[in-house]
Write a protein that binds this ligand. Structure first.
Ligand code: SAM
Length: 241
């Protein structure tokens, strides 16, 4: 325990010492990313390889073909507003912030006060998109209220569920947030394939139940035999049935 604590403080200390340097180089990378108008494919490439260090590292753990298929489906909706559960290192947020014309609300349990200035600066220069970061547990009633307040009655074009990967956690996020998606909008789940590297990645079990209940789904899976990843989407019907 003492050793773990020692390692933790050492790591945090180094992170904090390198903070000014990492901040400077991340904003330099951001300026390069913003320097020209980029295609969707290029923006996805940046999300995967933005780089940076410490608090200012941006990356996403996604399979390129899968996240590209989702981004294209989303682009077709000409999205105004997106809600993401699971910011992590802001990789998918970089993509959403380049597609939404008005707002991305991105939520995570982690405190994002240090990297927040970088993540809020992600939308391209010509975009009016605003990034709102909310730190808290998506399963808390107060937190859900905070998300709803942030959306101020506006329904989102996509809800991306990529936070708590336990079966109960994914089910709760779907149950508690799906009503915030507009008719014709998308609810997307990450890590839907059965074989997963971590036992707590249980999205597959909830995803399977949704399909058994007759919910219309689409899947973006690079390789049916892969371990981990896989994106599943549900399109909210245009008219209530
Ligand atoms: C797989 S990562 C998200 C990756 C990110 N969407 C991307 O691809 O760039 C999952 C994140 O969800 C967050 N998380 C887990 N459970 C959560 C919860 N109940 N509420 C909010 N965030 C949660 C974790 O802190 C972690 O940063």
């Amino acid at each position: 325990m003492a050793k773990k604590w020692k390692n933790y403080t050492h790591k945090t200390l180094l992170r904090n010492l390198r903070r000014p340097f990492n901040r400077r180089s991340a904003f330099k990378r951001l300026a390069e990313y913003h320097s020209v108008d980029r295609s969707l494919d290029e923006r996805i490439g940046w999300a995967m390889r933005f780089g940076g260090g410490g608090y200012f590292r941006i990356k996403t753990l996604q399979i390129r073909s899968e996240i590209t298929a989702l981004a294209k489906a989303l682009e077709e909706l000409k999205p105004k507003t997106i809600l993401e559960i699971g910011t992590a290192r802001g990789g998918t947020l970089l993509i959403w912030s380049s597609l939404a014309s008005k707002k991305v609300v991105s939520c995570d349990m982690q405190d994002m006060s240090i990297q927040g200035e970088l993540l809020r600066a992600l939308p391209p220069p010509a975009s009016d998109c605003e990034v709102q970061l909310l730190s808290g547990n998506s399963h808390d009633e107060n937190f859900r209220q905070q998300v709803e307040n942030e959306l101020n009655g506006e329904l989102v074009d996509m809800l991306f569920i990529d936070g708590d990967h336990t079966e109960k956690g994914v089910e709760a996020d779907y149950r508690d947030y799906h009503h915030l998606v507009r008719p014709g909008g998308i609810i997307a789940f990450h890590d839907i394939v059965e074989s997963q590297p971590l036992e707590i990645n249980q999205v597959y079990y909830f995803w399977k139940r949704l399909k058994q209940e007759g919910v219309q789904t689409e899947e973006f899976v690079n390789d049916r035999d892969q371990c981990g990843f896989g994106i599943g989407i549900v399109r909210v019907p245009e008219t209530a049935s």
